[in-house]
Design a protein. Sequence first.
Length: 613
Amino acid sequence: MLRNKRSNTWFAKREEEYRILTQEVFDEYRQVLGAGKICAILVQRGHQVSTEYVSHLMWEMGLSSIRATAKQDYMKLHEPEKKRNLLRQQFQADRPNQIWVSDVTCFKLVEFYLYTCVILDLFSRKVVAYKVSRKNSTHLITSTFKAAWEQCAPDAGLIFHSDRGAQYTLHWFRQLLHERTVVQSFSNSGKLHDNAVAESFFATLELFFAIAIIGSYTKEVEPMPYTYPLEFKIKAIRRYEKGESIQSLCQELHIAQSTLYHWRKQFCSIMTPQRSYTPKEFDAISHQLQRLEHMMDVIRLSGFIPAVPLQKRLATLEHLYNQPDNPFSVHELCDALGVARGTFYNHIFRRADRSKYQEEQKQLELKVKQVFDDNDQRFGASKIRMILAESGIRVSAKRVSAIMQELDLHSVRTDAKKLYKAKQQRQKQNLLERVFTASRPNQIWVSDLTYFKVKSYWVYLCVILDLYSRKVIGYKVSRHMSTRLATLTFRQTFEERGRPDNLTFHSDRGSQYISKTFSELLQRCGAKQSFSASGRPLDNAVAEAFFSSFKREEAYRREYTSEKHFCRCVAEYITFYNEVRPHLTLRYQIPQAFEEAYYLSYIKKSCSTDSEP
């Protein structure tokens, strides 16, 4: 009896010890590990426990890994709540501070807008609070609500009604109402009558402003004269030329805008022999002329026009020159297509003297093209000349070469090998075939890209993992999913890892990885490229598994405020992933320690080999 009592006490003590150890490991690894990994860590630390026992302890203590429900919790947190209309156009209240209605409107003052937010009590129609700002932001709404709350101090259960403006539906404002146990009500989309109390207040306010403005004009503004002195007109135009706007001048000088426009056309015009231009029209023409000059420079520097055969350019010039309504001079035509005027005149006016040569040249061109096509575009100028000589046509290889260049004929033999090798290099082979093992570090790298939404924009993350240790050896974050993101990540990782030899780089078939720029970078670095099959994400399972862990253990648990915040959290998680988190494939070893163990054993093996006689 005493022995059983002592054994029960011992078991209870051991169970309490394992509870504390399980809780410590669970909190140490950021609450992302399950029973299997916690058990492996405890075994590594010298404690003999089973996975079933750890799972039982976690169930009793109410511990559960957040990875299983991380995405569901994230979607519930960000799922928009239903925007209900609790009033349904019943604008009545039984007591003060039972229902508040609110809205925002804007008034234009000279060159800027003023935004006014008001909150009214539905019981007395009294304005509880108001704020005026130059920006229509959520801060305007929240400051108005806080002022009304401090002034009236309503009881719990207050109903706050407004339209569906972005300021009222934003998460910050709704969180503020939720903290004060305020029930939020919204008007239906496009239904102004659902917020009629606030709308009627603003209508009264706008009518009051209109009466005040009309009264000020009738009292203070002097009647405009029928005629203005010449000096007054020139002085007003000079002020306009110095940068003052027409609207501000009209308000200050009490001049109609049409009158000032007329003065600008009269005193500010730029006269030419053909017509007169206003400064705006003259600037537009100057910009257009500069743009056309730049376009001509681009065409000239591209080298496309000289690449066109001369006969085609002369034929084009002849067609334009013979048009009945031709507006171009010979100088303009020749300069545009880069043809000497003498050559053009010779082509137009001396054709009769060279008709026999042209006819012979035309027949020779047909013969050269026929021989070229009959031999499957294999022969060059020398072989074509020999075949023509056998048929009785005496011609030099230089003339045949000129004809081939004129007809844009090129033998396929000159670049056949180059094209064949390029085609072979572009073939996308899967060198791994889902065998995700490596015998040493820097033998096989895998990579992939993912994206995540931060605020109102997307950020993209590119990572590279070493297949031997499953360690993240390189990563980059950018707002653009471009080839530059993949190339920068690989180039930086390649330098940091000591420019390894005999490297195999595996990825999916994204446009960033199959691009010519990225393939050439791998060739220069001596790396073989491997691709997953189309539509087979399991061919790149190592990278996909990392992104799954990243999203469940990090991304879905946080609310990122900026791109810098996202980058900082990515860096912290990758450090945790490489140096703290155990990996199942490595038999619950840490990637950094697993890689260091390989290099340590390699050094010991090398030292033992050198010490042998």
